[in-house]
Design a protein around this ligand. Structure first.
Ligand SMILES: Nc1ncnc2c1ncn2[C@@H]1O[C@H](COP(=O)(O)OP(=O)(O)OP(=O)(O)O)[C@@H](O)[C@H]1O
Length: 367
């Protein structure tokens, strides 16, 4: 189900003008603080009546200001996942889940309780109260409650922001499952590039109330116009073998990448996120260095930035890897499009691409 959002709204000192359309799956609204993410979510939720706009999920029309059509919030069929879950403390997990169902319209075809419980692995928690759950467990129950309302769209506004890294790692696979098996489009607000790389089907990058890029994460994270100095690349990889010394060897189109041992079967597909500042370039194959991860490709583009840096894009098979290096280095090395080039990766983050198998998150190796 596609999501179409066109909105114009003025606050004193801030103007929102966005127009985007995204395919089924998980759409991340991504941007710095004050870029307008919450304003978009509030307009989708019906909590803000924009000056003008049109919002549609598949053929379900939430807002069309030209036709004076605006569904009230409780009739929009949205599921909400907030920070910290916001569960009812006096109800058991089972009762909290069933509460979500109250909001499903009569006759709506939503998932049944047992399917949601399986999807989120919360069977053992059903008789507990929220006070006896960890933050990650509470988040899983909150996702379940949202799903049981048989929503047409799930809104998740920085759902992991209040969790520490370990809890984030625990909950991310469940959002991946929701994306891949839930069958409901998700609009997910985040300003964390790791969540974008790992979860997004599509990224909508906002800056100062405008859309600066829309596309798959590999494309948007590498776009300096959208990301400034925080550009990153997303590479496809496949688990090859687990070595005896605690490393897992992954195959990419540019060569092998070694990461701390992953709990995943050989053949599992993954996404790797590599920050552009974590890539060193070399015209010749480097020898005598500690870095294990040296990929080979060829230069396809050298884009100047404001300031002393350039972004060099390498083609590794169908993937693009971006390195942010100084203009001085690029000149000194006489880099030019078409040349073969080696990329030394200082850090790599791993995310599974499909959720057949759960993996620990954010695993990586240093140089
Ligand atoms: N009700 C309001 N009245 C006036 N200005 C507002 C109102 N709500 C938001 N703004 C302004 O609109 C701009 C965008 O705010 P918004 O909350 O949408 O940004 P955001 O990207 O969600 O930021 P954050 O990541 O910090 O939550 C900000 O400059 C904010 O001050």
């Amino acid at each position: 189900m596609t999501l179409q959002v066109r909105l114009s709204h003025r606050f004193v000192g801030f103007a929102l003008d966005v127009d985007f359309q995204t395919p089924p799956g998980l759409t991340v609204l991504f941007g710095p603080s004050g870029s307008g993410k919450t304003t978009v979510v509030n307009a989708v939720a019906g909590l803000l009546r924009p000056d003008s706009g049109r919002i549609r999920v598949g053929d379900w029309l939430l807002l069309d200001s030209a036709a004076r059509h605006a569904l009230p919030p409780h009739r929009r069929r949205l599921g909400y996942v907030f920070q910290e879950g916001r569960l009812f403390p006096h109800l058991s997990v089972r009762q909290n889940l069933l509460y979500g169902r109250w909001f499903a319209p009569r006759g709506a075809s939503g998932p049944d309780l047992s399917r949601v419980v399986d999807l989120l692995g919360i069977g053992p928690l059903l008789d507990r109260r929220p006070g006896a759950l960890s933050g990650g467990e509470r988040s899983r129950v909150a996702i379940g409650r949202a799903l049981l309302a048989a929503p047409r769209l799930i809104l998740a506004d920085e759902p992991l922001a209040a969790l520490d890294e370990a809890r984030k790692a625990e909950i991310l696979p469940y959002f991946e499952r929701l994306r891949d098996e839930g069958g409901v489009p998700i609009l997910y607000v985040s300003h964390a590039t790791t969540e974008v790389a790992r979860l997004a089907t599509t990224v909508v990058a906002l800056r100062a109330g405008r859309v600066v890029a829309v596309g798959p994460p590999g494309q948007v994270l590498g776009d300096a116009g959208a990301m400034g100095s925080e550009t990153a690349s997303v590479l496809s990889a496949r688990v090859a073998v687990h070595d005896d010394d605690g490393l897992t060897r992954l195959e990419t189109a540019g060569g092998a990448v070694f990461v701390a041992r992953l709990d995943a079967l050989a053949g599992t597909r993954l996404r790797l996120r590599v920050g552009s500042r974590d890539v060193i370039l070399s015209r010749t194959r480097p020898e005598g260095i500690s870095a294990l991860n040296v990929l080979q490709g060829h230069i396809v583009d050298i884009a100047p930035e404001d300031g002393p840096n350039v972004q060099v894009s390498l083609a590794l098979g169908p993937d693009r890897l971006t390195a942010r290096i100084t203009r001085r280095s690029a000149t000194h090395m006489s880099l030019a499009p078409g040349q073969p080039c080696h990329a030394i990766l200082k850090a790599v983050a791993v995310a599974p691409e499909d959720m057949g198998l759960a993996l620990p998150s954010g695993q990586g190796t240093g140089p």
